[in-house]
Design a protein around this ligand. Structure first.
Ligand SMILES: Cc1ncc(COP(=O)(O)O)c(C=O)c1O
Length: 371
């Protein structure tokens, strides 16, 4: 077995000293305040303040955040929801759970929704648009919002990967009618399991999200609408509150590491960095680039103990679970090409300069150049 030289997951470092969390958890246990109590409310207020929205509603996962947000804007059975073909499984899963059908359009070279394809995809059955902020980055949200508003369609941002990203100085999660965030262990901020949140500036949307995440209950005895049990867990809210103040530092370090990788990789033949839109500031959840002979490079890196990954080798629209949607292979050429040529390197806040150099060196050696 090859010893790991550059690990993918930063969680060991992230939670190397969990004593402060344990202390807060002891207080939680002593209080018995386990269900939508004080710690959840505090996390929601602090998270909303950080994103810059009036409301945050804590839920059980990022997937549930998308589902709850869609139902909060009245998406349901028989509706169509436009999203991107290159997204993570959860986006389509959440849309389907509401009873709606995902309608895919292709992504652009920056992995974000191809705005040029959006308007043509809108039909009378379209009930919402879900742009997905992939890799920590963000697409042209002002253009997407302009099209959506022209057609009177709500926009739910899938911001699960892109906490603290911004476009033209405006934060991810503040453009749409609502946005979904995830605190899954491999997201920008992470808890000890699953958790997520919906954010919104619209009071009625917030009210409906609060109903939907708790069985549709208006109060203890009255159920107003059909909802779910997807409350933010108090234990995870405690972990979330511990990590939340670290977010600016986490994102700043990810940005610094991405800039270092950019500088080290940009001149290596065989490597093509994606175009950088100066209006978009990424929080760099994933460092992805296009690699010639990608699979051979992946094997080369893994053999050298570098835990590179591929996001995602089989596009969503070609997954067995979604074949009933009827998309033919080749329907989304950019998504398909990315599935063949993109490779992902770790870029997290805990990587050392040595680790970054090891990756750059190994890639340069693979392509026969010296960095
Ligand atoms: C783009 C995207 N949407 C939604 C999700 C779902 O989040 P969760 O795993 O918290 O359900 C994820 C990640 O898992 C994601 O990457």
């Amino acid at each position: 077995v090859t010893p790991t030289k550059v690990r993918y997951s930063p969680l060991g470092d992230q939670f190397a000293d969990p004593e402060a969390v344990f202390t807060a958890l002891r207080a939680l246990v002593a209080s018995g305040d386990f269900t939508l109590g004080k710690v959840v409310g505090q996390f929601e207020r602090d998270f909303a303040a950080m994103v810059g929205t009036r409301h945050a509603i804590g839920v059980g996962s990022g997937t549930d955040a998308i589902k709850v947000a869609l139902r909060a804007v009245h998406v349901g059975q028989g509706d169509h929801v436009i999203t991107t073909a290159n997204t993570f499984w959860a986006t389509a899963g959440a849309i389907c759970e509401t009873g709606a059908t995902p309608i895919f359009i292709d992504c652009d070279e920056r992995f974000q929704m191809d705005v040029a394809q959006l308007e043509a995809a809108i039909t009378p059955q379209t009930k919402a648009i879900v742009p997905v902020h992939i890799a920590g980055d963000i697409g042209d949200m002002p253009a997407i919002m302009a099209i959506a508003r022209r057609h009177g369609l709500p926009v739910i941002e899938d911001a699960c990967q892109s906490l603290m990203a911004s476009f033209d100085g405006q934060a991810a999660g503040t453009f749409g009618d609502a946005a979904a965030f995830s605190f899954h262990p491999l997201k920008i901020i992470n808890v000890w399991g699953d958790a997520g949140a919906v954010v919104t500036n619209t009071d009625p949307v917030a009210t409906r999200c609060r109903l939907l995440r708790n069985h549709g209950l208006r109060n203890r005895d009255e159920m107003e609408i059909l909802g779910y049990n997807t409350r933010l867990d108090s234990v995870q809210a405690v972990v979330g509150s511990w990590i939340l103040p670290q977010t600016p530092h986490i994102v700043a370090n990810r940005r610094r590491n991405a800039a270092y990788l950019d500088a080290g990789l940009k001149d290596i033949p065989g490597v093509t960095l994606p175009p950088r839109d100066p209006r978009a500031i990424s929080s760099w959840l994933l460092y992805m680039f296009s690699a010639e002979r990608r699979d051979a490079l992946l094997a080369w890196l893994l053999a050298r103990g570098i835990e590179a990954k591929v996001h995602y080798p089989i596009p969503l629209y070609r997954q067995q679970a979604l074949l009933h949607l009827g998309y033919a292979a080749g329907s989304f050429p950019v998504t398909d090409r990315h599935a063949q040529c993109l490779i992902t390197l770790p870029v997290d806040q805990h990587l050392s300069t040595d680790a970054l150099d090891i990756m750059i060196q190994a890639i340069a050696e693979f392509y026969g150049s010296t960095p």
